[in-house]
Design a protein around this ligand. Structure first.
Ligand code: ITT
Length: 197
């Protein structure tokens, strides 16, 4: 079966490809098609994930998988949440987003720096049917960024039970405990049950 990854984020593509390599799927990306940009204007991860996958499935005529994800910080009432990619403004960078986050959390003690990454994966099949799979990874926000692996907020995220950030981990170690991996595992189980019967 052919499936298109409905994301323009290169780092997500890298992670999704690595974690889907054991599936017998022909994985394509938006580089293989000329699809329009999708406006992410829903107010939930799930809403945006469905919107992205549905648009790409319609544009390509194939099944599409999208990932809408972000970081929710408890002390900030769940921000940056669905705004994670553009927290410091449109066309923001990971560095600017992290800088804004750390400034907003200035002087908060470590015990009060609880956060979680959320990932919602949407699968839209060629017949238009929709399935979504959501998962989280809990942890704490660092006082200062550490590490240069991964992307986004990885340098400031200490996953629960670890004293190194996602950005200090080898990619496979991050995968083993990430929100993206947990959501993908749910997708894989559904695919195995529903499509490979
Ligand atoms: P697409 O919409 O094209 O998939 P995007 O980067 O705009 O790409 P999102 O709207 O889902 O994707 O925003 C996700 C943001 O959340 C991402 O840019 C990071 O800032 C953050 N994020 C999500 N998963 C992350 C992870 O595993 N590690 C670090 N940051 C992550």
């Amino acid at each position: 079966m052919k499936i298109v990854l409905a994301t323009r984020n290169r780092k997500k593509i890298e992670e999704l490809r690595r974690m889907m390599s054991d599936l017998s799927l022909d994985i394509l990306t938006l580089d293989d098609f000329d699809c329009p940009e999708v406006m992410e204007d829903e107010d939930t991860f799930e809403g945006n994930a469905i919107k992205k996958a549905a648009a790409v499935s319609e544009c390509t005529g194939l099944a599409a998988v999208s990932d809408d994800s972000g970081l929710e910080v408890r002390a900030l009432g769940g921000l940056p949440g669905i705004y994670s990619a553009r927290y410091a403004g449109d066309n923001s960078s990971d560095e600017k987003n992290i800088k804004k986050l750390l400034a907003a959390m200035d002087k908060l003690p470590y015990e009060e720096r609880g956060a979680r990454f959320v990932c919602c994966i949407a699968l839209v099949l060629a017949d238009g049917s929709i399935k979504t799979f959501e998962a989280e990874a809990r942890g704490k926000i660092a006082i200062t960024p550490k590490g240069d692996s991964g992307f986004g907020y990885d340098p400031v995220f200490y996953p629960e039970g670890h004293d190194i950030t996602f950005a200090q981990m080898a990619p496979e170690l991050k995968d083993s405990m990430s929100h993206r991996r947990a959501a993908l595992e749910k997708l894989k189980m559904w695919l195995q049950k529903s499509l490979y019967k």
